[in-house]
Design a protein around this ligand. Structure first.
Ligand code: NDP
Ligand SMILES: N[C@@H](CC=O)C(=O)O
Length: 815
């Protein structure tokens, strides 16, 4: 796979803002409300657009409201008319003069003067005939201004009045006539320019100006995407995405990073304040992704709407609409009910019970329609509250939970939406903020999704992955954990929709692409997971240097890698502080003693008020196995190669033999016990002869027999005094003075450290509470199973902590 493939994998398939030819960007009125806002939009265009993209604009700020008010004054012949026109003209002039150079400003100013003259003429003579023409000035001015600013500062840009090409059907409101609109647009297009198009306005087949209704500019943007076959439409607005409930009323609402098309459409239909039903209409083929992002904070990942896999399909949201009418009639039972539902685009309908829910303003039309069928109808004021999610009507457990949540409410009926993407409760009372919060809480409380990235697929990493599917199946705390990333030093596989843990390694083999740090960083910044855990099972110092970046992003780290935990004191303290500041958990139980609970024991003593003054023992599984097994009958180097084969050594066994691995472990434990020291403070005896130090691992292994004489001599000397050789770590504090050393020692055979099972670690702790009789922890301190097991233990701990962290938002009234 090439670098390009990786770019595609991390961007297009995984739903980040992709830079592809012909993307459409739409800026709403509040994003263009002032000079400062327009400056921000220009910056966004610089960073996110490229030539041939299409930019759709709304009217600046409240211009459309002002134009409505002007029109109303004209109808009512109000004396305020002149003043309102002057205010609006001044506001436009100020924008023009503050953003453009003198020549461009003069040009736009003269257009504005002409437009105001034309508007006044229309207002004084049959304003009703020119209602849409008058409203159209808002988008016209906004597009003209932005294209001029772009031309001056960014790149060649042209301005298009959508009425010159965008035609809607006269009969069926808002339906676009693509057979005329597309060629009309293409004829006006300038290659290698940005095209700034007016939103909201169009014309009908008689060339009369029309508007596209509520949130018409969003609709314009998706129409432009359909016309230009764009890959992506970004709606830059004043909110940073679509939430699981209206965040103005539900503080605990979750941002929905990725919404399947059908779910988005259902949300738009049921009153989502950002999405509107028409907006999604032109994207019915599902090929164009719609992206909602904030123009006020463009770096915050927004919401993408498109085709997604399983994870996006699990998200639930809750929406409501008040002030509706429930119409019940015998005529609504059976086919006629379905017909009525479709005719009135009912919010919900149940043809078995003979009911439809409509908007208040439709009551009269429904009465008339039923009069034609000669049946009676009962109208009741109602509200609806819906839980929305992909194919939610087929999810018995979700429906049951929804009904349970509403058991204390006056529910008239619970109806499945025809789309299959919502279950709708019809309530006889308005939906309160309190009810909305409670239902949202109950429906989404288990929705925290945790992404898991595993770095290092070697000796331990492979074992960790082998254990993962069973762990996921049996540990409740891992219920919402999704494996999303795998990487080695050269390759990476990131799949935002999740990697099947049962086939993780073969999927990695098939689909991994070149590792690219920049793309990894950008994915880590914008992934859609509530929490992300990186498990570092590499021996790499370079990879450990990414922790700071991880913590800055609030990512949690579990490491078997010892580099970061034994980094120089300032760096180590910086990591701790950054993790704390961002609520990132950093666990590394396996860095010492593999799966043994030595880190937990030390933490527990400290937490309970004890003070540790001495830690000593055998901290290397490799050296334990070697010295317990070595009796002189087999050369030491042969045993070393055997240990490597068993997976108990470091990838380069010189890390063990040099004492460096033990030195790091002693430092990690001393730090855990509350002492501040660095690696240089731990004296170390190196057992690797100088001549073998500079070699590659392979060269060292080929020449390993050169170490044999040294160990044979050490063993024989010890034997003469009935002693044995062991590599011992010792840390103690006396009168505030720290002594730390790792070295080969000659021990009496009765010493506690002399007779342990090969490969076992032994940790001896003396403290205020354990003075004469020390605390001893002993057991296997290296190896695939115990280390992978220890990593899984850390994983469960992190996930449990995350579950406990979840805020409970119960508002009074309901249990
Ligand atoms: N063996 C044991 O009993 C214990 C080991 N540990 C620790 O576990 C870690 C892993 O050991 P082990 O599995 O034996 O090592 P291996 O050498 O078998 O595997 C290391 C893995 O890490 C990958 N890797 C190396 N550098 C990077 C990098 N910069 N970015 C991403 N991936 C990288 C390697 O990829 P590639 O193949 O491309 O090089 C390889 O997949 C070590 O830190 C070790 O100290 C901790 C406790 C016990
Ligand atoms: N090589 C190490 C592995 C675990 O950290 C050891 O032998 O202890």
């Amino acid at each position: 796979m090439t670098q390009d493939n990786l770019v595609e994998q991390l961007t297009v398939a995984h739903n980040q803002l992709a830079k592809h030819a012909t993307n459409v960007h739409k800026f709403g009125g509040s994003s263009l409300a002032s000079t400062q806002c327009i400056e921000r939009v220009v910056d966004i265009i610089r960073q996110h657009c490229q030539l041939n993209d299409i930019i759709v604009v709304s009217a600046n700020g409240k211009t459309t409201d002002a134009l409505f008010a002007i029109f109303q004054c004209a109808i009512e012949q109000s004396p305020e008319l002149e003043e309102k026109i002057t205010q609006l003209e001044n506001m436009q002039s100020e924008l023009i003069n503050s953003l453009l150079n003198a020549a461009s400003a003069a040009r736009l100013q003269s257009y504005l003067t002409e437009d105001i003259k034309q508007m006044k003429a229309w207002l004084s003579d049959q304003p009703e005939t020119h209602h849409a023409d008058i409203l159209a000035f808002g988008e016209l001015w906004s597009a003209r201004l932005l294209s001029s600013v772009l031309n001056e500062r960014v790149c060649p840009a042209i301005f298009m009045d959508a009425r010159d090409f965008l035609v809607i059907d006269n009969e069926q409101e808002y339906n676009v006539d693509y057979s005329v609109s597309r060629p009309g647009f293409e004829a006006k297009l300038h290659a290698n320019h940005l095209t700034v198009v007016t939103g909201y306005i169009c014309r009908d087949s008689q060339s009369v100006t029309r508007t596209l209704g509520r949130n018409g500019s969003d609709y314009s943007a998706t129409i432009m995407a359909a016309i230009s076959h764009a890959n992506q439409v970004t709606l830059w607005t004043d909110v940073d995405g679509i939430y699981s409930a209206d965040p103005r009323f539900v503080p605990q609402s979750r941002k929905l990073h990725r919404l399947p098309n059908g779910v988005a459409k259902e949300l738009g239909r049921l009153g989502n304040p950002v999405l509107h039903a028409n907006t999604l209409k032109p994207l019915a083929d599902g090929k164009t992704h719609l992206h909602v992002a904030s123009s006020f904070d463009p770096s915050v990942p927004g919401t993408e709407i498109g085709r997604f896999g399983q994870l996006a399909k699990q998200e639930l949201s809750v929406t409501y609409l008040n002030d509706l009418i429930l119409a019940q009639s015998q005529s609504f039972i059976g086919d006629l009910g379905r017909e009525a539902g479709e005719t009135f685009a009912a919010l919900c309908a149940d043809e078995t019970q003979g009911l439809i829910v409509i908007r208040q303003e439709q009551q009269k039309a429904v009465s008339q329609w039923l009069a034609a069928h000669d049946t009676e109808v009962a109208f009741t004021p109602v509200s609806i509250l819906a839980t929305v999610g992909h194919k939610v009507t087929r999810q018995g457990n979700v429906k049951a939970k929804f009904k349970r949540t509403l058991r204390h409410q006056k529910v008239l009926a619970v109806v499945d939406a025809w789309s299959g993407h919502s279950v709708i409760a019809i309530l006889s009372e308005p939906c309160s903020v309190e009810l909305l919060n409670n239902v949202h809480h109950d429906m989404t409380k288990d929705a925290k999704h945790i992404g898991l990235v595993v770095a290092g697929l070697g000796n331990i990493g492979v074992k960790f992955l082998e254990m993962l599917p069973k762990q996921l199946a049996r540990i409740p705390a891992l219920e919402n954990l999704h494996l999303v990333g795998l990487m080695t030093s050269k390759k990476a596989l990131i799949n935002t929709d999740g990697i099947d843990a049962s086939h993780a390694l073969s999927l990695f083999e098939q689909h991994a692409v070149s590792f690219d740090k920049a793309l990894l960083s950008s994915w880590l910044k914008s992934h859609p997971y509530d929490e992300l855990i990186v498990v570092d099972i590499t021996p790499s110092e370079k990879f450990s240097q990414l922790y700071l970046e991880f913590f800055k992003e609030g990512i949690h780290v579990i490491c078997a890698n010892k580099w970061a935990a034994s980094a120089p004191t300032p760096k180590y303290n910086e990591l701790l502080a950054e993790a704390k500041a961002n609520n990132s958990q950093w666990l590394g139980s396996t860095t010492v003693g593999a799966g043994l609970p030595i880190n937990y024991a030390i933490q527990d003593l400290l937490k309970s008020g004890d003070q540790i003054c001495e830690i000593s023992g055998i901290f290397s599984g490799t050296l334990s196995w070697l010295f317990e097994t070595y009796d002189g009958s087999v050369p030491f180097s042969t045993l070393l190669l055997d240990a490597l084969e068993q997976g108990i050594t470091e990838p380069d066994p010189r890390e063990d033999l040099s004492g460096r691995d033990v030195q790091r472990k002693l430092l990690i434990l001393a730090r855990a016990a509350g002492f501040e020291l660095s690696l240089e403070d731990v004296e170390r005896q190196d057992l690797v002869p100088n001549e073998l130090q500079a070699m590659t691992t392979e060269e060292f292994l080929a020449n390993a027999s050169q170490i044999d004489d040294f160990f044979a001599t050490q063993l024989n000397e010890a034997k003469t005094s009935q002693a044995c050789i062991r590599y011992i770590a010792r840390f103690n504090v006396k009168d505030g003075k720290i002594k730390a050393k790792v070295s080969l020692e000659c021990l009496s055979k009765n010493d506690a450290f002399a007779t342990i099972t090969p490969c076992d670690n032994i940790f001896q702790i003396r403290s205020l509470w354990y003075q004469e009789n020390p605390l001893i922890i002993r057991g296997p301190g290296a190896g695939r199973d115990v280390t992978a097991g220890g990593l899984h233990s850390d994983l469960v701990t992190v996930c449990q902590n995350l579950a406990n962290k979840q805020a409970v938002v119960k508002i009074k009234g309901l249990e």
